[in-house]
Unconditional design. Structure first.
Length: 89
């Protein structure tokens, strides 16, 4: 892939992740930096804690979303208002 095309892919990803972050923040979600974490823990109400290995997602672009009730969701879409309807609570 030519560098110009790759730059466009990266820019698009940054844009859509920004939209998702803004949407989640507007709906009361907070972002947690997990850059240095190998294992993420997501406590769930009435269920065992979800553990996510970040090494499984090394080449993925997206955002882990937890509403504290359901299993953790990995999102890498382009329209959070539609795509996350029913997932965020």
């Amino acid at each position: 892939m030519p560098n110009d095309d790759w730059g466009e892919v990266v820019a698009d990803n940054d844009y859509y992740q920004g939209l998702t972050r803004q949407f989640l923040e507007t709906n009361g979600y907070k972002e947690i930096d997990y850059t240095d974490s190998k294992i993420l823990q997501f406590p769930l109400k009435d269920k065992p804690t979800d553990f996510i290995s970040t090494t499984e997602y090394l080449n993925e672009w997206g955002i882990f979303i937890s509403n504290g009730i359901d299993s953790v969701y990995f999102y890498n879409g382009t329209d959070p208002e539609i795509d996350l309807n029913g997932i965020i609570k």
